[in-house]
Ligand binder design. Structure first.
Ligand code: TTP
Ligand code: MG
Length: 348
């Protein structure tokens, strides 16, 4: 098997950076995003706040003790999702081989692009800044483990490539908590027996690691030696994408139903875009007050993915049916999916 080229991309201080972009006077300040109540925890914080020792998952009261002058903001998850959609759109313009890991993070397999990976990484960084004003860190390597390690190498706004000839030298001095999947508990336990760096970890036999970590031990043994054959998994198996809800109160007023349908279409369109899919069959589902289920679908001669198109077709179905009874549940779904014709941007 020839060598793969994998990128790991991860936004910098994601929620906090979005807050700074939306409120420019926050720039350069310690910004902490999390539940506003004292009982909440920190979701994330700007790099300025990290200098005070504030970290994700730290209780707010503790963060306030460490960083009393910080600016504490509530989370606005819908806004972060909106920005997330924009960055994923960029990833899918590069390649359909995108494995989303979280709201701000993904693996991209760019092997088939046959382009210089550093130029591709720089292109992504530029596109992300242009679209959102935010910075992203990119790690490049020949497997997932090393790509992820690389994206974390010189955050924020990082770019790092780890090539095969750098192994194992580049890994030896790293503290073991840099190994993805190694939690605080394991780190402490290893520290207590004198294992601090990956170089120290090299002295341990696979059997010892298996005993120590269970089944994951052998994975760690291999990964610190540069071996990780996990594929970038795109979710191809999606057959349909749908949303439904039980109404606040039963109705047969179509105008009221439109409101629900509109929010479904927006959300469905978002999922399609994240998965790089479009579809051509729309299904409207209703359940009556007497718990009878009905569906009606419509197959188009073309594929759609935009919110406005899904909405138009869904409403077309809604207004083509007679509602004789009140209904208690409504849903919309799209099926007959295919991967979108990504206009593979001619990169350069
Ligand atoms: P991360 O990518 O882990 O963190 P980050 O983007 O804020 O900072 P970094 O520059 O180190 O990548 O997580 C992405 C977002 O997910 C983060 O902005 C907020 C959210 N999040 C939580 O809500 N709780 C958590 O414990 C973590 C780790 C993240
Ligand atoms: Mg991040």
């Amino acid at each position: 098997m020839s060598e793969r080229v994998i990128l790991h991309v991860d936004m910098d201080a994601f929620f906090a950076s979005v807050e700074v972009i939306d409120t420019p006077k926050l720039k350069g300040k310690p910004v902490i995003v999390g539940g506003r109540s004292e009982r909440g925890v920190v979701a994330t914080c700007s790099y300025e706040a990290r200098k005070y020792g504030v970290r994700s998952a730290m209780p707010i009261y503790m963060a306030k003790a460490q960083c009393p002058n910080g600016i504490y903001l509530p989370t606005r998850i819908n806004r972060y999702k909106e920005v997330s959609r924009e960055i994923f759109k960029i990833f899918y313009e590069i390649t359909p081989y995108v494995e989303p890991l979280s709201i701000d993070e993904a693996y991209l397999d760019i092997t088939e692009l046959n382009k210089d990976p550093v130029s591709v990484a720089m292109f992504i960084k530029e596109m992300v800044v242009k679209a959102t004003g935010l910075t992203i860190s990119v790690g490049i390597s020949y497997n997932k483990f090393l790509a992820k390690l690389a994206s974390d190498w010189n955050k924020p706004n990082g770019l790092k490539i780890i090539t095969k000839d750098m192994i194992p030298k580049v890994l030896l001095p790293l503290p073991i908590n840099k190994i993805y999947g190694l939690g605080k508990k394991s780190t402490n336990k290893l520290n207590s027996i004198g294992i601090f760096t990956i170089e120290d970890l090299y002295t341990l036999a696979p059997d010892f690691l298996t005993e120590f970590f269970g089944k994951y031990g052998i994975e760690i043994y291999k990964r610190i030696r540069g071996i990780d054959n996990r594929k970038v998994e795109i979710s191809r198996e999606t057959k349909s994408i749908g949303r439904e809800t039980t109404l606040k109160s039963d109705t047969k007023n179509k105008k009221e139903l439109e409101v629900y349908i509109k929010s479904f279409c927006s959300s469905i369109s978002r999922t399609l875009s994240i998965k790089g899919l479009s579809g051509k069959t729309l299904t409207l589902k209703i359940k009556t007050s007497t718990f009878e289920n009905h569906t009606k679908n419509k197959t188009l001669p073309f594929y759609i993915s935009k919110e406005e198109d899904i909405l138009r077709e869904s409403l077309d179905i809604l207004y083509s049916i007679d509602l004789n009874e009140e209904i208690r549940l409504i849903g919309v779904s799209i099926s007959s999916l295919k991967e979108m014709n990504l206009q593979q941007l001619s990169l350069f």
